[in-house]
Design a protein around this ligand. Sequence first.
Ligand code: GAL
Length: 460
Amino acid sequence: MKQFPTNFLWGSATSAYQIEGAHDADRKGPHIWDVFAHTPGKVHRQENGDVACDHYNRYPADIKLMSEVGLKSYRFSISWARIQPDGKGDPNPAGIAFYGKLIDNLLANDIEPWVTLHHWDLPAALQMEDDGWLGETTSDHFAQYASICFEHFGDRVKNWITMNESWVMSILGFHSGLFAPGRKSADEPYRAAHNLLLAHGKAVRVYREQFKSQGGQIGMTNNCDWRHPLTDSEADRAAAQRSLEFMLAWFADPIYFGDYPAVMREHLGDRLPKFTDEEKEMLKGSSDFFGLNHYTTMYAGDVPAGQSVENGEYANGGVFSDQHVALTTDPAWETTDMDWPIVPWGFRELLLWISARYQRPPIYITENGCATPDTLLAGEVDDPQRIAYLNGYVGAVHEAIEKGADVRGYFVWSLLDNFEWASGYDKRFGIIHVDFKTQQRKLKSSAHWFRKVIERNGLA
Ligand code: GAL
């Protein structure tokens, strides 16, 4: 029996655009994912989140399902464009009312809300008028929006996450163009990331200066794969370290140490924006906990200076060349439906790396899970692949705790099958099956497995 620490938090996670639907209900404004998904060629089969899981209307039933699974906490995101339809100005009462009811209903069911303020759905007006995350004013608008949320929900919400995965917003949004706003640039990712960090810092400052008496905690959630050295050579070991710094320390170093990693400053020179002394001060120590999303592992090999990595399967130019790292996987590794390798030990290694670099911060796994194709057998969804994945990854969390990491909670991604961004509805991450035609839900066998883990507070 692998027992977890008492009070370990077991939960599930979702995000607004992926489940809510009701895309234009009650004065909600359009956001960049509404626009992106409605642009031909951007999303698999031209799907979109207009209806998604219709959670906006079905949330009471969904919360009952959470209770059935025995979840103690639930991480969801607030859609900025429901609160401020154009990203600025007075709050929209209907948006405030919706999240207020959701929060009340969770608390009535003994489920602790963990609220993400920004999970990629920037109000479209800010993209047009202020150049979105490339513009200098967006971070101030974000702090104002955050302040509205603290004011209206902070009496009941004690756990806040400013940003979800700034790496994805920066790289997929501004380098590969695969995600909204769909830009393809070598330098814009660094500028967008800079403004995302400033937005985080400004929101945390507002929280700590004006809402301290609410007694909650606030932090940022970042995503990172484990990067394992391709060989034991010194060059490859340095490449793996560099790759982790370009992925995770890019965002975590500023909020723990006040500045970007030295290796990024060296490699990028003037292409990497600089923080003023005041901004460094604002960012340093601006996370009460380390929010981590983790899914997979890759090998990192050194690419000598002057040699291009344009042809690597995963590392194609731009920000990947900047690191002088080529990423590969082991063909022997099993993969999920997203083609992501399943490597539980990589999770343990990453948690220990974080613990060592950031002096053992309290870590919450705010996402971990996998996509598997669901087949209904006599009305039941049996997903042994997901159970195996979760068993391996939750086991790796346990090993990391035994080796000294301070991991305090685990949120499975995801509660429901949902709109998986550019992959549409094909990729199913939920522990609860959703039939998108009838909106019927059904607990998968992984949900039953997870309930037992929660009951035992451990793995058998
Ligand atoms: C994360 C993201 C989630 C979810 C998940 C699975 O990057 O935060 O919204 O889509 O990946 O791909």
